[in-house]
Design a protein around this ligand. Structure first.
Ligand code: HDE
Length: 755
């Protein structure tokens, strides 16, 4: 066949819809001979664009409009074009000299397509590469209005936000549930410009001076020879660094605590870490620390869960965040502030506020709520939004200023600088996700990836050619004016203040504030990580650091390492515990929690159906787990299976309910019935995967309920029916009621302490 003729025919087919389309010709509606899985054969109405998918507002220097809004939306038109907007007739075959002949260099489409693909990846973030994000809204209460003139903190102001959560050490494809600090970065698109609160889920940091940041990150990242381990602190170089720089003792202790393995991004606190400075309308200044308080409480995984999830669902946190938002269970945090008088010493109750390894106990300075953050929309494109968002601690608005924390100073340089490599030039604020919602009228020009077509001839000031524009504004017209803080007269030195030398009293307070079970977890974490180190000297030095925090902590870890416990080399500080630091002992709403209902075809399907509704009604997520996929039962009692015994794993569930068979005695679950009833409910009792599901859930302190014979499945899994947090009830709803109450405390803590 003549290839040119064939090409012409294909173009005609594409434009006219061809003659192979569905018989009734209605786009989107399959014809009788065209099952829905068939490839569509004619153009359809493009989907309406999502609000954040519209491209940059370009102006054609030729004076022509660049097309309607839809045309600016990537990938939404009916016809394939090249990057220059020319329609294409084939994108599956290279241009060749005959079907078996050589590919021709003149194939501009092939070259453009492969060239673009070759450059699809941008460098990942040097830290915090692995992340997940969401859009939302911040509504301020107005309670901060007396201490800051920031307009977005005035009463009842609503500000759009974009929040990105992350791990620190791992690469972009690493697992979510590794032991690490989590990033919690918020971009507020305020009317006065963008404000970024670039925080973590821990209130303190490893180092006191930004100049050490490359060092601590080099130590935490994989070893340079083999590039292992990935996303882990359990290796020699990390522990070498944090034991040689004892200022890292506090943050390391937080990482080894349950805070290092959050249950969900939705259940983490966030902290600005540094002390910032608020400026009121009258110019008065107040020192401040920012806190995010999750409405669902602060909860963690247990270590074994975190490890299992890394394998069975490396996207555990990313999925959890997206699913919750999609289900309408919008995660919420209150923004809170701890305020301190802005004295020349910049200390509070003896705590140096410029030292980022310090926190101020909430008992000494209560966290005052100033607004509510609600995440209510998932990104529509990961790359465009989550990957290209660029946070910067120097994105400040009038009313919020910085302090002389030396860690913060270095960050003020780093976050702009890093985007040059990562986003390819200085014009990253023009990327859709980074664009301010207030008008931009800067005098920055040109550069890589410039998309604005600037007007005027005078990007300098003062000028007489562009009517004098732009003018500068005073504070009364909304300008950012630095707080006129006095800088003490001093001699240039490379030194830290003496107060930065106390490395152990703050970690000791954290340790003393932990409950028994949290201490057990901390000991286990140190023991695990240090046992992964090869160097004896590193382990011994780590024990010396622990001895300076607490003798019991040191002795327990030493025991696990098979090493003697050293004595403290400094006097142990007299500190009061801060109960607010413990995660245990409170009750919280169970919203968005996942309840697994384990059943089989012979299970009590009416009850399963009723349970699903009750669980949904309580704002939680029911997942039916059965031997295979599809539908159980029929008619009104039909139940859709969401997980099979092969795909379900304990880590996904906060609680499990085991459905008994209807109208059959408990014996149906008994081992002796297995031969007679090799499927359904009996399978639930004896299938080793169900056994694993139940025994792991039990070991991880999760609430478990069973009814109408379901308890025999517990027996088969070795889960005692009378153990704490195990409920055997007369009906499914009765089991759920008790399980729900247990879930309020997140886990059945007694099980750990008994163990
Ligand atoms: Fe960062 N940090 N950091 N950091 N950081 C980055 O910026 C840096 C620090 C934090 O989701 C980088 O755009 C220095 C403290 C978060 O996009 C980089 C120092 C805290 C994120 C950078 C610190 C953070 C980053 C890498 C020591 C908690 C992810 C990519 C002075 C308060 C933001 C990027 C996102 C990202 C530098 C210390 C939080 C290289 C030099 C302390 C949440 O610029």
């Amino acid at each position: 066949p003549n290839p040119l003729k064939r090409a012409a025919e294909k173009v005609t087919e594409a434009v006219q819809g061809g003659d192979t389309g569905p018989e009734d010709g209605i786009p989107g509606k399959p014809g009788p001979e065209s099952p829905s899985v068939a490839e569509p054969t004619e153009p359809r109405e493009p989907l309406p664009s999502k609000p954040d998918q519209s491209g940059p507002e370009t102006m054609s220097p030729t004076g022509q409009p660049t097309g309607d809004a839809q045309a600016r939306v990537a990938q939404s038109g009916a016809y394939l074009t090249d990057a220059q907007g020319t329609r294409l007739y084939d994108t599956d075959h290279s241009l060749k000299a005959g079907p078996r002949g050589p590919v021709l260099l003149q194939d501009h489409h092939l070259r453009e397509k492969v060239m673009h693909f070759d450059h699809e990846r941008i460098p990942e973030r040097v830290v915090h590469a692995r992340g997940a994000a969401a859009h939302g809204i911040f509504r301020s209460y107005g309670t901060a209005a007396s201490v800051t003139r920031a307009a977005f903190l005035a009463r009842d102001v609503e500000t759009p936000v974009f929040v990105r959560f992350s791990t620190v050490l791992g690469s972009r494809g690493s697992a979510d549930t590794v032991r690490d600090t989590r990033g919690f970065a918020t971009k507020f698109y305020t009317d006065e410009g963008v404000f970024d609160l670039v925080g973590n889920n821990m209130p303190v940091f490893f180092i006191q001076d930004a100049i050490k940041f490359p060092d601590v990150i080099h130590a935490g990242k994989p070893h340079p020879d083999r590039e292992i381990p990935q996303a882990q602190s359990a290796h020699d170089t990390f522990w070498d660094f944090v034991t040689l720089h004892t200022e890292a003792a506090h943050h390391t202790l937080w990482n080894m605590s349950d805070r290092g393995i959050p249950r969900s991004y939705r259940m983490m606190e966030g902290f600005g870490v540094h002390t910032f400075r608020l400026v009121a309308a009258d110019g008065a200044t107040t020192l401040v620390k920012f806190h995010w308080k999750p409405k669902l409480g602060v909860h963690s995984l247990v270590w074994e869960e975190a490890q299992i999830a890394s394998g069975v669902d490396p996207d555990f946190h990313r999925r959890d965040l997206a699913d919750a938002i999609e289900a309408g269970a919008y995660p919420e945090w209150e923004l809170g502030i701890q305020t301190f008088p802005d004295t020349p010493e910049q200390t509070f109750e003896g705590i140096d506020l410029l030292d980022p390894t310090n926190l101020v106990p909430e008992e000494l300075a209560p966290v005052q709520p100033v607004g509510l953050l609600t995440l209510n929309r998932n990104p529509s494109n990961y790359f465009a939004e989550t990957e290209q968002v660029a946070f910067h601690v120097g994105h400040l608005v009038p009313g919020i200023d910085i302090t002389d924390d030396p860690l913060l100073a270095g960050r003020l340089f780093s976050y702009l600088d890093t985007q040059i490599t990562r986003l390819g030039g200085p014009n990253f604020p023009q990327l859709p996700i980074n664009r301010p919602h207030s008008p931009v009228n800067d005098m920055l020009r040109d550069g890589m990836h410039q998309t604005a077509v600037h007007r005027g001839v005078a990007p300098y000031r003062p000028n007489s050619l562009d009517g004098g524009c732009p003018f500068t504004a005073g504070a009364d017209a909304g300008a950012f004016v630095e707080a006129p803080v006095r800088v003490p007269e001093a001699t240039k030195v490379r030194e830290a203040p003496e107060s930065f030398a106390d490395h152990f009293s703050q970690p000791r307070r954290f340790w003393l504030s932990m409950s028994a079970v949290e201490r057990e977890h901390i000991i286990a974490a140190y023991t695990f990580e240090l046992n992964k180190c090869y160097e004896q000297a590193v382990k011994e030095r780590a024990l010396q650091v622990l001895a300076n925090i607490d003798a019991e902590l040191c002795a327990s870890v030493a025991e696990g390492l098979g090493l003697p416990a050293p004595k403290a080399s400094v006097p142990l500080a007299e500190v009061e515990p801060s109960p607010a630091l413990s995660q245990v002992g409170h009750t919280w709403p169970a919203d968005g929690r996942v309840v697994g209902i384990v059943t089989g075809p012979d299970g009590d399907l009416d009850a399963v159906q009723a349970l699903r509704e009750a669980i949904l009604g309580a704002g939680m997520v029911p997942l039916v787990v059965a031997p295979k996929g599809g539908i159980l039962g029929s008619g009104d009692a039909a139940v859709t299976v969401q997980r099979t015994y092969a795909t379900a794993r304990s880590v996904e569930f906060d609680a499990l309910l085991v459905a008994g068979p209807p109208g059959v005695g408990g014996d149906a679950f008994g081992a002796r019935d297995v031969k007679a009833r090799p499927s359904g409910a009996a399978v639930a009792a004896t299938d080793p995967r169900v056994g694993l599901l139940l025994s792991e859930a039990f070991r991880h302190g999760k609430a478990i309920g069973a009814w109408a014979g379901g308890e025999n499945a517990l027996d088969a899994a070795g889960v005692p029916g009378d153990a704490p947090g195990v409920v055997v009830a007369g009906s499914g709803t009765a089991a759920l009621e008790q399980v729900q109450e247990l879930m309020g405390s997140h886990r059945v803590w007694e099980r750990f302490i008994a163990a």
